[in-house]
Design a protein around this ligand. Structure first.
Ligand SMILES: NC(=O)c1ccc[n+]([C@@H]2O[C@H](COP(=O)([O-])OP(=O)(O)OC[C@H]3O[C@@H](n4cnc5c(N)ncnc54)[C@H](O)[C@@H]3O)[C@@H](O)[C@H]2O)c1
Length: 439
């Protein structure tokens, strides 16, 4: 089967490699020439090692190709997956311009095609976008009718960066939203080799499932943070508290680690979009507003710990370790490092930052701070450090590195260090929501 994937980011590329692994011939179409060149050379445009390994294999065999042109690959394909970005506008609404642009190109190919094709929206879009916006563009531009002349599906993606390909191959569930039975049946057949629960719905329910899922995950993180902040004020270590809470099977242990809050390309923008849509429906969106408010304040928990430990931030040198939104990935979109560093600078601190994989992207966002070439260099002469993302190498830091600091104060913003090990290495451990060591 020939498949065209429009938008070769985390979702598009993982989708493309997954279908190549299932034996299909896939073309990735992207407007970003650099991304296309990377893929043509078998390189992943972002840090995702297992995906890159498989990508190289399929590029060499010719099963996966890349192009800056969407029209020809879409014309030659039975399935067209739209995987473009849907970032937040300042209002919280999602920016539909990339989705509309991609849909217009697809509409042109539908106009000139005699073959029945299925268009699949994989980008995260608020309920009713596929049935109204995408459908209207496809029908208007092609003169054809969705559900009759071509198929239309909404197939939300649940992968996590850092395990993109594994999550695509072994998803927790596959959601197939379709405009009609024929479109849904076709997509179900395509997904048949993927062993997972499959949920069939209409287009808008599929869109809502994605938002409802991310809203819950974000809520769990803000809940954990609010509980941890309370524990810290009570002198209680939130670690064992939340661990025991998570043992309740009705709650579950994942996403219950307190820290600097959620970032990345999905949770913040999806919660904002859901809040915007909820308000547009005349509902108050109190829960989503609370989730975002807790998250916005969370980097200041680390700043407060530092202020208490150092007296003031003015003139203090603070090393920020980890700039990506989590360890193991290079994505800096909505990373908590951004408000954290802004808060440190506002308090008068001098900031030196390091990340193993995302320095070049982060420098574009914050060019004015200092950057170090390693965690060890960042710690040199620092008055304190904040571990912002949970890269494994930060948990290996010890006496050799901490002894280079002027004041060995370590704020663990992700609860990824062993407090006893840090203290044995001669540093003072302060964990966000820890409460005990900071007494
Ligand atoms: N990143 C994740 O972990 C993740 C997980 C689940 C769902 N999603 C959702 O999937 C969608 C894609 O996310 P992503 O992280 O892969 O985005 P991304 O920004 O990494 O990639 C999007 C790609 O689309 C390309 N593009 C934009 N307009 C185009 C056009 N008209 N034609 C061809 N290419 C075009 C861009 O150049 C870019 O390479 C978003 O809606 C996101 O919310 C993302």
């Amino acid at each position: 089967m020939r498949i065209c994937v429009i938008g070769a980011g985390y979702v598009g590329l993982a989708t493309a490699v997954m279908f190549a692994k299932l034996g299909h011939k896939v073309v990735c179409a992207d407007v970003d020439e650099r991304r296309v060149r990377d893929i043509q050379a078998g390189r992943s445009p972002f840090y995702e090692p297992p995906l890159e390994k498989e990508l190289g294999k399929f590029v060499r065999s010719g099963a996966l190709t890349a192009s800056t042109d969407s029209r020809a690959p879409a014309r030659d394909s039975k399935f067209i997956f739209i995987c473009v970005q849907t970032p937040s506008l300042s209002s919280g609404r999602i920016d539909l311009r990339p989705l509309k642009a991609a849909s217009r190109v697809v509409a042109k190919t539908l106009a000139s095609s005699k073959e029945y094709k299925v268009v699949v929206v994989k980008s995260t879009v608020v309920p009713s976008t596929t049935v109204s916006v995408v459908r209207q563009i496809l029908e208007g531009g092609s003169g054809k009718t969705a559900g009759e002349d071509f198929g239309l599906c909404m197939n939300p993606e649940f992968l996590q960066e850092g395990s993109a390909l594994r999550d695509s191959m072994k998803p927790s569930r596959v959601v197939v939203g379709a405009i009609d039975r024929r479109s849904g049946d076709a997509l179900m057949r395509l997904y048949a080799p993927i062993k997972a629960d499959k949920v069939r719905t209409d287009l808008s329910s599929a869109e809502m499932i994605k938002y409802a899922s991310n809203a819950f995950l974000a809520m769990k993180i803000s809940y954990a943070n609010e509980m941890a902040n309370m524990c810290a004020r009570l002198g209680i270590d939130s670690g064992p508290v939340l661990e025991a809470v998570g043992k309740d099977p009705r709650i579950g242990s994942m996403f219950l680690t307190p820290g600097l809050g959620f970032g990345g390309s999905c949770l913040p923008k999806d919660v904002k979009a859901l809040r915007h849509k909820t308000k547009a429906l005349g509902l108050p969106a109190k829960l989503m507003s609370g989730v975002l408010a807790v998250n916005d304040d969370q980097p200041f928990e680390a700043i407060e710990l530092l202020n208490t430990a150092l007296g003031s931030l003015r003139g203090r040198r603070v090393a920020v370790l980890g700039l990506s939104f989590k360890g193991g990935v290079s994505d800096v979109r909505d990373s908590r490092a951004i408000p954290l560093i802004a808060g440190l600078l506002a308090g008068g601190a001098e900031v030196v930052a390091f990340d193993p994989m995302s320095m070049s992207q982060f420098i574009e966002l914050m060019p004015a701070i200092q950057y170090a070439s390693s965690a060890k260099d960042a710690l040199n002469g620092a008055d304190a450090c904040v571990v912002q993302s949970d890269w494994p190498e930060f948990s290996r830091l010890g006496k050799k590195e901490f002894s280079r600091m002027r004041n060995a104060i370590v704020v663990d913003g992700r609860r990824c260090l062993d407090p006893a090990k840090v203290e044995r290495a001669g540093a003072r451990y302060l964990g966000v929501g820890y409460g005990v060591a900071s007494k």
